[in-house]
Write a protein that binds this ligand. Structure first.
Ligand code: PMP
Length: 432
């Protein structure tokens, strides 16, 4: 750690308080970004393999230009008439299947999920909410109730219920495929019954369709159908949190729910939406939107303001015009082949999975018992950072390397990632 890093850490602790979340044991002091690259204050260059906020690449000129031009023309409260938000919502909803054709724009994914929960209550008249037990949907008081991994002070409200996060490497009930899907659906039914006993009929199941924070298990299209059928039969709706897998990242489909093969009632969006400018959103049907608008008086001072709408529209156009979803598919497949070839030599790699430019590898101490190599995964991520490659680790056991670069990631970038990982896996002792 450089003296400069320590000075900034001390200043942060003094000004922002303790425990402010940072990546890496030796945090990176970034000063500049371009495309897939970042530079620190000492002039070191890093390949960004993790940051899904600069979706179309750091400081993409079209997004920079859109923000600068609109900021120089007008930016204001959203309670005036302006075409910006309409042009964006038109372009955005054209990527969704009917009836998902209306939207609310927010500033964060947390707000979007908070609204989605209220939509579920408004349209069903019910209050029960089911999420997985290893997820994150944001940080408002309501949404933080969904984080089983970070219990809220005062405990969970009795309208919240949790089902085991899907794990394709260690499937619930022991078998994969449809048996795993039915075991998940049975867990959902169990929680619907438990909620009913506590006086709550089901309002919604909220899930990331790619189970990103859960470690992105490999699940075939239609895997969620039995669970969704049970939710709908109980009078609930399905909320798809697309904050991580959306906007073409998965390579095969523009949205995670399209890849997963189901139609949600409400979709929530965030992180990559405006390439770093704070934009989130909720997309739903006109019926659900009307139920929400009739039940709640809602406005958002900044959400969808002219600059935010311009940034979001430019980002969406770049994804489409530059064929970035196709790039995600081609380069993602190539990089995963590279990871599989590493797995042939490095026995710490228990499972390689992912789609498009959202992929990774689960680290284990032994392949027979599949014992999670959690401390090892952390050491690998920290050593990669020292070698100029930024990635991270997560999953149910926090032992899965998570790779999620900006979409203009190239074959050469993938080669550099795999070659560096090869060396770091060879040098890092599996046991501490
Ligand atoms: N949903 C998911 C799946 C997320 O990963 C996150 C942020 N990591 C959020 C919601 C919250 O988004 P924000 O930080 O913009 O509030």
């Amino acid at each position: 750690m450089t003296p400069d890093t320590q000075v900034l850490l001390d200043r942060r602790a003094r000004l922002l308080g303790p425990n402010v979340s940072l990546f890496y044991d030796d945090p990176v002091h970034v000063v500049r970004g371009q495309g897939v690259w970042l530079w620190d204050s000492e002039g070191n260059k890093y390949l960004d393999c993790y940051n899904n906020v600069p979706h179309v690449g750091h400081c993409h000129p079209r997004v920079v230009e859109a923000i600068a031009t609109q900021a120089a023309t007008l930016n204001t409260h959203t309670r005036y008439l302006h075409e910006g938000i309409l042009d964006y919502v038109e372009a955005l909803t054209s990527t969704f299947d009917a009836p998902l054709k209306t939207a609310i724009l927010t500033c964060t994914g947390s707000e979007a999920n908070d609204i989605a929960l209220r939509m579920a209550q408004a349209v069903t008249g019910n209050t029960g909410v089911i999420a997985t037990d290893h997820t994150y949907h944001g940080n408002t008081m309501a949404v933080s109730q969904l984080s089983r991994t970070n219990p809220p002070p005062g405990g969970y409200w009795d309208n919240m219920a949790f089902v085991p996060a899907p794990d394709s490497y260690r499937p619930l009930g022991g078998a994969s495929g449809s048996a795993h899907a039915l075991a998940f659906a049975a867990a959902v039914q169990e929680q619907i019954d438990a909620l009913a006993e506590r006086g709550h009929k089901l309002a919604c199941l909220i899930i990331c369709p790619y189970f990103a924070n859960e470690g992105f298990p490999t699940l075939e299209a239609g895997w969620l159908s039995p669970a969704i059928e049970i939710v709908r039969r109980a009078g609930g709706i399905v909320i798809a949190d697309e904050v991580q897998p959306g906007f073409g990242r998965l390579g095969t489909d523009f949205w995670g729910h399209q890849k997963a093969g189901f139609q949600p009632d409400v979709v929530t969006l965030g992180k990559p939406m405006a390439n770093g400018h704070p934009v989130g959103g909720v997309v739903t049907s006109p019926e659900i939107m009307a139920a929400f608008r009739e039940r709640f008086r809602y406005f958002n001072t900044f959400g969808g303001n002219p600059v935010s709408a311009a940034a979001a529209l430019a980002t969406l156009k770049v994804v489409q015009d530059e064929g970035l979803m196709d790039n995600a598919r081609v380069i993602g497949d190539y990089a995963r082949d590279g990871l599989r070839s590493l797995a042939a030599r490095h026995h710490c790699i228990g499972d390689v999975r992912g789609s498009g430019l959202f992929f990774g590898a689960e680290m284990v101490l032994d392949r027979t018992q599949k014992t999670p190599a959690t401390a090892f995964a952390r050491r690998v991520a920290n050593t990669m950072r020292q070698r100029g490659i930024l990635l991270n680790f997560l999953g149910i056991h926090y032992n899965t390397l998570k790779i999620r670069p900006p979409l203009p990631f190239s074959r050469e970038n993938a080669d550099q990632l795999i070659e560096t990982l090869d060396r770091v896996l060879s040098e890092t002792p599996l046991a501490p």
